[in-house]
Design a protein around this ligand. Sequence first.
Ligand code: HEM
Length: 484
Amino acid sequence: MASSTAPPLDLNNVQGDSLIGLPKKTQTYVFFQIDDNVKGFRTQLAQLVPLITSAAQVQSHRASIAQNKKTAADKGVPPPLLKLAGVNIAFSHSGLAKLGITDEIGDTAFDGGMLADAQDLGDQGTTSGGTFTPNWIPAFKNPVHGVILISGDSHVTTAATLLEIEKIFAVGTSNATLHEVLRLVGDVRPGDEKGHEHFGFLDGISQPAVQGVDTSPNPGQETVSQGIILLGREGDTVTRPSWALDGSLIALRYLFQLVPEFDTFLKQNPIPGLPPIQGSELLGARFVGRWKSGAPIDITPTQDNPALGADPSRNNDFRYAFPDDPQTQDRCPFAAHTRKTNPRADLEDLSPPISTETRRIIRRGIQFGPEVSAVEAATGKTVQGRGLIFVAYQSNIVNGFQFIQHSWANNTGFPIDKPVTPGFDPIIGQATDPSSRTLSGTNPNAQSNTLALPTQWVVPKGGEYFFSPSIPALKSTLVLAASS
Ligand code: HEM
């Protein structure tokens, strides 16, 4: 529950990735376990705190990047990369328990951990002796106590920052207090694919604006209360321990994408009535809800419009109710990824309207893995792993990520009250039998026809729920003063 005595939000207190987003060309995630010398860990943690990048610092980093771009544009030269690093840290429930913090944050998904949630999220796995084990990589099937996020303009910058952090925790010496269990490195895709996820679609376009922080929202961009993202702020409906104020909960998913298989499916199933290449492009756009450029199909349903895709003043200005009817799939299938995960008029225009404010999340993922090779493209088979390190911030995982994945994307009847069954979100919807997925509305001229999706092209291989504490909480609750 929002504390009525909480002081006004100060961006110096909030870790920078949640509200503003660490700028990144590359990001390293170091997943760690805390060793038995917990006191030693908490003492060393004090030295990490000055390296943590606050939301206020991220704002100033972003201002420097914008200025750098402008200066270069004025000179007619390409902007030189600014050397900038960012560091954030977050802890899982088992990590907080290891630190002896027993005050519960008050989120059942976080408390149980993502491994215990995997079956409900629809991840594939096996059940033996009544216990479900997802098909995840081993590191995520064992306790992960925390994650350090290091972002930067280059691998050289992130490697130098990581070295500094390893020194703090005496890694490689007998005084080490943590050990790394997994390192993931994500990179923005090269060239024109910058900002696009591996299936080729521009990502990170639609984010909620946060009250008092994003003060000039773009047309169509919804403003949410601070407590939708930050614990203890107005709009957070759960009673939290006081030290949780201004923290945020993270859902991190290690999602592999079967890109050649996805591309082959689009090629083999073009929307009828168009030249094959256009028919395939339209099918992809109707799966996502946007063209590869980011242009929303609800605004431009028959052809891509890259200028619209790139224009923040127009690319979120739609509601799935053109001109005033959310009951058709003329422009966008009910089950398209963006419509499933943020249904706009589908719920807002019901009587009575259903607010989606508590379902909003801020996404900060990054791509991992190489570009598709010529051999993979020719054979339609993935050889090298690639995908998305999905990172979503919210104050309440049960209302946010967990609900979106379980009750929207995987729920064939969502959005509710439609004339035909929407089906699965073709991008992230998960079924017990992954080859049984279908959706309706892919063909605008035969909207009740269903299309069978033989493959689940996004494959979860792990993840965890984390708590990103405020900087004051790090100092007062997590860190132990050297003299204690
Ligand atoms: C590999 C997996 C995924 C891919 C390739 C993917 C791709 C995309 C793309 C291309 C967009 C449109 C661009 C934008 O609005 O930012 C988008 C939007 C979005 N995605 Fe995903 N996504 C993935 C996983 C997820 C997951 C796991 C969730 C949550 C459970 C999710 C939730 C959302 C939300 C909330 C939006 C914004 C919708 C809107 O406000 O219009 N995505 N995604």
